[in-house]
Design a protein around this ligand. Structure first.
Ligand code: TTP
Ligand code: MG
Length: 403
């Protein structure tokens, strides 16, 4: 292992596996957790038996039912999964010098300084896999590598119940050189499409196309290029509530404006970007704050409590409501932020959540952001891309308004 020693661990079919563990009659069967057929909503996850029929997370439940009419359908029991999640986090972080929890069933562990005590990083990886099974009765997939991107790839490589080691950048590159560019961390469908149109299809193509990749993807292109050679400088970062009190975005206009419908458009873009960044960590918050500086430099902030969230539609709804309540005069700066952040999603699940009404609103909001960007001649950046283009979009919006 060169450099750091990183483990990525991810539970297999998490919600579905918990249900199968607790009800033996569900084992070995296609189990779909999410909405029920006949309801509106989507699949949260499904057992590997159901995946054989082509059922996937986030798939519309009607489509899932078409593909797998003999499946067993169950509503999620979030309380139960979050309790298991807390148990997993406690267990996993006991082996690491730093632990970063990416989702309720997934973490990066930096074991560089702790590994020797167990006989090395590979031994720690094996131990974590065994202990997870022994303590929770659930299987996970573990990747051991020299970087975060390689560890994540390694854990995905042999899923489910997998174990895979990528000790060096050379091995990483060997493994992915001929694969689609999407294998590179952070490259979403939109970036991939842009690269494809330029004839850059595989990782090997990226390696040969430096200036072009930089042109097409901006600064993010540099990371993509580095990663095509196995270089990933990201560090495992532990998020404590204290680390991040607030996360927000704000913009100062070139010219002051009292066009509140324009301000409302800008606010949606800012809310979308805040949500995107929160989701990437992930963090959730309970207070939405609107900040405005008027042309005379007097500033105000207005806050509102919300249900624990990092959804753009919910952040936007709160911010828009706050905006409708402020004094309507010339504005110089507008911003939105989320406070009371926490790495854990603690929310009383409403029926609406279960029926995935929230996800539909989120999808509708994404369409609105798309529409906004299109109106101003931009495409919405991918959720998993850096939001660098946010400000250029807002600038374009301003210019087109100011003529
Ligand atoms: P994942 O780790 O993405 O999926 P998984 O654990 O079910 O399956 P895999 O073996 O491929 O890792 O997500 C963890 C849990 O998060 C999953 O069990 C259910 C929930 N989830 C959703 O509710 N909606 C989604 O779209 C996704 C991707 C996950
Ligand atoms: Mg998982």
């Amino acid at each position: 292992m060169t450099g750091r020693k990183i483990i990525h661990v991810d539970m297999d079919a998490f919600f579905a596996s918990v249900e199968q563990r607790d009800d033996p009659s569900l084992r070995g069967k296609p189990l779909i957790v999410g909405s029920l057929p006949g309801e509106r909503g989507v699949v949260s996850t499904c057992s590997y038996e159901a995946r054989r029929y082509g059922v996937r997370s986030a798939m519309n439940i009607a489509e899932a039912y078409r593909r797998c009419p003999n499946g067993i359908y169950k509503h999620p029991d979030m309380k139960k999964y979050l309790a298991v999640s807390a148990e997993l986090h406690r267990l996993w972080e006991s082996y690491a010098e730093t632990a970063e929890f990416i989702a309720c069933d997934e973490a990066y562990l930096d074991v560089t300084s702790t590994a020797d005590a167990y006989g090395g990083a590979v031994a720690v990886g094996r131990l974590i896999k065994e202990r997870t099974k022994a303590e929770t009765g659930l299987t996970c997939s573990v990747g051991v590598a020299y970087s975060m991107a390689a560890a994540k790839l390694a854990s995905e490589e042999k899923k489910p119940d997998g174990f895979f080691v990528i000790p060096t950048p050379e091995k990483f590159v060997e493994l992915i050189a001929d694969r689609d560019v999407r294998v590179l961390a952070g490259v979403g469908e939109k970036s991939a499409e842009r690269l494809r149109r330029a004839g850059i299809l595989t990782v090997r193509d990226v390696q040969r196309s430096y200036p072009r990749v930089r042109e097409l993807l901006g600064k993010f292109g540099e990371d993509v290029f580095d990663l095509s050679f196995g270089i990933d400088r990201r560090q495992v970062t532990h998020y404590e509530e204290a680390d991040a009190k607030s996360l927000g975005r704000e913009v100062t206009f070139q010219r002051d404006t009292d066009d509140f419908s324009f301000l409302s458009d800008v606010l949606d873009l800012l809310a979308w970007d805040v949500a995107r960044r929160l989701a990437a960590i992930p963090l959730y918050g309970r207070t939405v704050t609107l900040k405005i500086t008027y042309a005379d430099m007097r500033g105000i902030t207005r806050s509102r409590g919300v249900d624990c969230t990092n959804r753009a539609a919910e952040i936007s709804a709160a911010a828009q409501e706050l905006l409708s309540g402020v004094e309507k005069r010339k504005v110089r700066l507008i911003g939105v932020s989320l406070q009371n952040l926490s790495p854990s999603y603690q929310r009383q699940l409403t029926l609406d959540d279960l029926l995935a009404g929230g996800e539909e609103r989120e999808a509708a909001f994404a369409r609105r952001v798309d529409e906004l960007c299109r109106r101003y001649g931009e495409t919405r950046p991918d959720r998993d891309e850096l939001g660098e283009r946010l400000y250029s979009t807002i600038e374009k919006m301003e210019k087109s308004r100011n003529g």
